[in-house]
Design a protein around this ligand. Structure first.
Ligand SMILES: Cc1cc2nc3c(=O)[nH]c(=O)nc-3n(C[C@H](O)[C@H](O)[C@H](O)COP(=O)(O)O)c2cc1C
Ligand code: SF4
Length: 485
């Protein structure tokens, strides 16, 4: 796990909470239109995967309980977790890859509407991702996975030797030597686990992504509309396929990589296909990175250019995140897969309370401010959603006043206390369970275990009616606020 060089502890300081009258007069709790969707407040719970779907990606009772609990807090929007548009095995991650998923997904919409009294709008994040495998046992890698080439033979001076001998000799080499004998890609497969990249043009399924993805995203968006979602968020952020097309590291030579215009081509084609499928009266936006935070990656200047292009195309909202890439992920243990939130870019995405001087709150401020200015300067009013480390009312209100966003996104704080929104609006901010930014939840996500918050997951465990994690040790949803608000 990457740690900032200086480890200074930063505790959240929410300061003064507003009275109910102050909250009602605030910008944060004022309505805003996003595409064809009217939000009652400028608050937004971004996508968070809780690992509660079935192994085949279906909605389970635990998924419904999870979103119902968030909806009870009545944020302006809840974005349902990254949901797979392709039918590939990915553990308990929701899928929208087939019409058979529509009914289950519709039950999430129903649960959110009911629990929020119809107030909270519900979007769904649509994701495509490439294959990633666990880091192999060295013996298996050399015996089964590595294709022996003349290059390996030449390095070992074993041009005409039996392949078994070449494999055995490679296996004996120390890593420093292997780094010279294997190609960068082979060494990466050996030391991190195999991972597909959008630049693997030798693979037909990767070459063909621009042919497949617009139709797949469009079909998924059509299903979302049929299920009753208020809109869709195309996942163009973090370590996944569409973000990799936008990345400055994308040097595909087929017109879909290289310059900013070429890197934007597929994301724009996907949007055009989605728009054609769902029509102009349906809310469609995307989430992407204000800065990839990796060496040689897209920075805030690229991101501003992406934002202006997306706004010109008619995206209804632009939601910004930061970092979260595989490129600088920590080496996983043997038998585990790389996790994109373990390197410096991962830290920038979900910073914890031990931080450098800048601290974990609002690290995307400079980039999102510049991006919003660029969109406005180009004459577009597209709502910008951003946040990162937002837990306090004054902090959220200042975020809007400073022009860093039109809507504030609040992820881990909403997980720590889903009632944040109702509490603050009703003048009961002092009762908020403030997130400590310990990243206990993120560590559970890393191991694909049911995500919970350490501030509440041991509460009331003696009550037999409380639903628990598979190991029986943690409650699965935040306890109700007592007394009710
Ligand atoms: C458990 C967990 C799961 C997450 N899953 C997603 C996801 O599915 N899609 C996404 O775009 N971001 C995901 N994120 C990132 C959050 O949406 C958010 O960008 C990040 O937590 C920083 O915001 P915060 O400081 O308000 O928590 C996840 C974060 C957490 C903690
Ligand atoms: S476990 Fe709870 S307190 Fe810790 S970062 Fe996650 S939401 Fe915040």
């Amino acid at each position: 796990m990457w740690r900032p060089p200086e480890r200074i502890r930063h505790d959240p300081q929410p300061g003064q909470w507003p009275t109910a009258e102050e909250a009602v007069r605030s910008k944060l709790f004022s309505p805003i239109r996003v595409g064809s969707t009217l939000l009652s407040s400028r608050t937004w719970v971004p996508a968070m995967v809780p690992w509660r779907a079935s192994e085949s990606g279906e909605v389970t009772p635990a998924v419904l309980d999870w979103y119902r609990r968030f909806a009870e807090g009545r944020p302006g929007v809840i974005v349902i977790e990254a949901t797979g548009i392709a039918d590939v095995a990915s553990g308990p991650l929701l899928r929208i890859s087939h019409d058979s998923h529509i009914e289950g997904l519709a039950s999430i919409v129903h649960a959110v509407r009911e629990a929020s009294g119809g107030e909270t709008r519900v979007l769904i994040q649509l994701i495509d991702f490439l294959t990633i495998r666990r880091r192999p046992e060295p013996a298996r890698f050399f015996e089964q996975f590595l294709t022996i080439t003349d290059e390996h033979r030449r390095h070992l001076d074993l041009l005409h030797a039996d392949e078994g001998l070449v494999r055995a000799r490679l296996r004996e080499l120390p890593d420093e030597h292997l780094q010279r004998v294997l190609t960068a890609c082979e060494f990466n497969d050996y030391s991190m686990g195999y991972r597909e990249r959008v630049t693997d043009m030798q693979l037909s399924r990767i070459r063909d992504l621009p042919k497949r993805l617009p139709a797949d995203f469009a079909a998924a968006a059509r299903r979302a509309r049929q299920a009753g979602f208020d809109g869709v968020e195309l996942h163009y952020a973090h370590a996944y396929t569409m973000a990799s097309f936008l990345s400055k590291t994308n040097d595909r030579g087929d017109g879909y990589g290289g310059s900013v215009t070429e890197r934007l081509r597929l994301p724009r084609e996907v949007f055009a296909a989605v728009r054609r499928e769902v029509g102009s009266d349906y809310t469609v936006g995307c989430r992407f990175l204000a800065d990839e935070c990796i060496e040689g990656g897209s920075d805030q200047t690229d991101a501003a250019a992406f934002a202006v292009a997306f706004a010109a195309d008619g995206f209804d909202f632009l939601s910004l995140s930061r970092g979260g890439k595989f490129d600088d992920a920590r080496q996983p243990k043997i038998g585990e897969a790389a996790y994109p939130y373990t390197g410096r870019s991962g830290y920038e995405c979900m910073p914890s309370y031990y931080s450098d001087e800048k601290g974990p709150f609002g690290r995307n401020r400079v980039a999102v401010h510049a991006l919003r200015e660029a969109v406005r300067a180009a004459g577009f009013e597209t709502p910008i959603i951003s946040g990162g480390g937002i837990y306090g009312f004054a902090q959220a209100e200042a975020w809007l006043d400073e022009g860093n966003a039109d809507i504030v996104s609040i992820a881990r704080q909403a997980l720590a206390d889903p009632d944040w929104f109702r509490k603050v609006r009703s003048g009961a901010g002092a009762t908020v369970r403030v997130c400590l930014y310990t990243n206990y939840c993120e560590a559970l996500d890393r191991r694909h275990r049911e995500v919970t918050c350490e501030l509440w997951d041991r509460e009331g465990l003696s009550d037999p009616s409380v639903a628990r994690s598979k190991d029986g040790k943690r409650r699965l949803v935040a306890p109700p606020t007592d007394p009710p608000i």
